[in-house]
Design a protein around this ligand. Structure first.
Ligand code: GDP
Ligand code: MG
Length: 437
């Protein structure tokens, strides 16, 4: 992944001590390759590398005692700059209802994002209303209605009506029912086509949204320039939501989008669950890309998901290593926190660990793991090392799984136990680092 590649480059630099111009040139070549392979727009890469290199080649950096550290810092700075420097929060106007309209290609994640946004606003004390203006995809309105139902946000469907009428109807409904934000989910086609564009333009004219947000799939590669510039021309938009940043996307789209559009990234979507929309922070994102870990993100997630008791348990695990009981508890907490991958992805080097595990921590295994642990005896849970072949077979039978599944669980437990050790070291280092500053 991009993080791994950049980390390797940095490791090589750190191994050198004093740096020559050739070292910087070679590091910049690595960074250019890594960014291109992550599908960052080539023009963006070119500018990025040129600027970064120029800053790295100054005497201040080259003659410093820790040149490699300085290079990392410059790359970080430039990434933050590229991503937009400042957090750009969604600002609602005083108009009631506020209208937020989502645009983007089909499958980019508009409907999912609409629901997540509604959920976020609801948590902030707003009372949103979702407007189902995608009348083309079969069951699109059903999808929105189902998801809206899950988070307790009403959906205005206007079945059979024209999308413009649905949008207008939703605004009227919001006035009647005292809903203060209308989120308009629109249709999208696989390719940009004229009819779809015109419809989005017409809806925009009809309901005059306070904010138009474009949803961009993190997987969009070089094509991103065409896609966003067409939307910019026709519907214009105030900000961007990057979706599917949790997937295997190389993530280049997210890096290019600000530079290409000049529009701020407002949110990133990190999963399919309603609570996986995060306010975008360039600094945190850049650190994540550089594998520096997103400690703030983890803490925020932990605060959201965990009660004091669970946090205490987490602390204890960091201190003492953990048992299968802890693992069960942890699984349940991780599930609430948006899944293992999302947490690991935020840890320094976490992505690398995940890869080393063959990316095998999949949230669907949570249930299986729960069943297996529940089939263990008290003693086995506290001291998993006693689980021999015979016990494995019994646990498998008891949980409706296979001995291979139990073996996997044992392996994962071992990995997590190790990871706890690593996290402990990192926590200690982080504390030490803070004191040093
Ligand atoms: P739309 O056509 O633009 O409305 O796209 P949808 O919201 O229907 O999303 C298309 C697919 O992508 C669905 O299967 C979603 O569950 C999935 N999806 C959307 N956002 C995310 C995300 O942030 N992460 C992941 N993993 N999947 C997503
Ligand atoms: Mg949709």
């Amino acid at each position: 992944s991009l993080s791994d590649r950049l980390n390797d480059t940095f490791d090589r630099l750190r191994g050198k001590g004093k740096l020559t111009e050739a070292d910087i040139t070679s590091a910049m070549r690595d960074i250019r390759m890594a960014l291109l392979e992550a599908d960052v727009n080539f023009k963006v890469v070119k500018d990025f590398v040129a600027k970064t290199k120029e800053r790295c080649l100054t005497a201040e950096v080259m003659d410093s005692l820790t040149p490699a550290q300085n290079v990392v810092k410059i790359v970080l700075d430039e990434l933050v700059e590229l991503l937009g420097s400042t957090e750009s929060k969604l600002v609602l106007s005083s108009r009631i209802p506020n209208v937020i309209m989502l645009v983007g290609l089909q499958g980019s994640g508009k409907t999912t994002a609409a629901v997540k946004l509604a959920y976020l606003l609801k948590k902030q004390g707003k009372s949103p209303l979702l407007a189902a203006c995608d009348v083309y995809r079969p069951a699109a309105a059903d999808q929105l209605a189902t998801l809206g139902g899950e988070i307790g946000v009403p959906v205005f469907r206007g079945d059979g009506a024209h999308p413009i009428e649905i949008a207008q109807g939703a605004v009227r409904e919001a006035v009647d029912k005292m809903r203060d934000v209308v989120i308009v989910d629109t249709a999208g086609r696989l390719q940009i086509d004229e009819q779809m564009m015109q419809e989005a333009v017409d809806i925009k004219k009809a309901v005059k949204p306070d904010q138009v947000l474009m949803v961009v799939d993190a997987m969009t590669g070089q094509d991103i320039v065409n896609v966003v510039s067409t939307f910019a021309e026709r519907t214009d938009f105030d900000g961007v939501i990057i979706s599917k940043l949790d997937g295997d996307a190389r993530g280049g789209g997210a890096l290019s989008v600000r530079a290409v559009t000049g529009k701020p990234i407002k949110f990133v979507s990190m999963g399919e669950k309603p609570d996986s929309l995060e306010v975008f922070s360039p600094d945190r994102m850049a650190k994540r890309i550089l594998g520096m870990g997103d400690v703030v993100g983890i803490i925020e997630k932990a605060q959201e998901a965990a009660n004091a008791e669970q946090l205490e348990a987490a602390e204890r695990m960091l201190r003492d290593g953990f048992t299968m009981n802890d693992m069960l508890e942890q699984m349940r907490m991780l599930k609430k926190m948006g899944g293992m991958k999302s947490i690991l992805g935020m840890l320094p080097g976490g992505q690398r660990m995940l890869n080393q595990m063959g990316g095998s921590i999949d949230d669907s295994v949570f249930d299986k793991i729960e069943a297996m642990i529940q089939s263990m005896t008290k003693q086995e849970r506290v001291k998993p090392s006693i689980i021999n072949g015979q016990r494995r077979a019994r646990i498998a039978r008891g949980s409706g799984t296979t001995p291979a599944d139990v073996n996997n669980l044992m392996k994962q437990w071992g990995e997590m136990n190790k990871m706890m050790g690593k996290m402990r070291t990192m926590a200690q280092q982080a504390q030490g680092g803070k004191k040093g500053k």
